[in-house]
Design a protein around this ligand. Structure first.
Ligand code: AMP
Length: 114
């Protein structure tokens, strides 16, 4: 049996987290080490390792997550301006290998990213 990912443990309530939103397909939690006044992780319950592992069969889930980004931003009162970020792979800064979308807001962001 495969070991659970950190985020599966959070989904299964084995590790505590501040839950902002949840439905059958995804959960949104506060990041434990926020990089902005608002920093949420939107996580599909299906433990896809990384963004580039998305399959054709996952396209409805991907669309669902896109809509939920906006809903979570609205819940957090950052609809007007926010940044979304997905780290895909170690070189890109991914540390938890269970796909998640960072939703950041509440401050000004610069470009290019570091
Ligand atoms: P990434 O580097 O894209 O894989 O992002 C992983 C994110 O998970 C980081 O921003 C961490 O701060 C966050 N994180 C790690 N452990 C927890 C936890 N127990 N609860 C909430 N967020 C976490």
């Amino acid at each position: 049996m495969n070991k659970k990912t950190l985020f599966e443990k959070i989904i299964d309530r084995e590790i505590p987290a501040k839950i902002i939103y949840e439905d059958d397909l995804c959960i949104a939690i506060e990041d434990i080490n926020p990089q902005a006044p608002i920093h949420i992780l939107l996580i599909p319950k299906k433990p896809i390792e990384k963004f580039s592992d998305f399959k054709q069969d996952d396209k409805d889930l991907l669309a669902h997550l896109c809509f939920k980004v906006n809903e979570v931003a609205s819940i957090c009162n950052i609809s007007d301006s926010f940044r979304i970020n997905i780290n895909n792979g170690e070189e890109a800064g991914q540390e938890v290998f269970h796909l998640h979308i960072h939703i950041l807001g509440g401050r000004k962001f610069s470009w290019p990213p570091g």
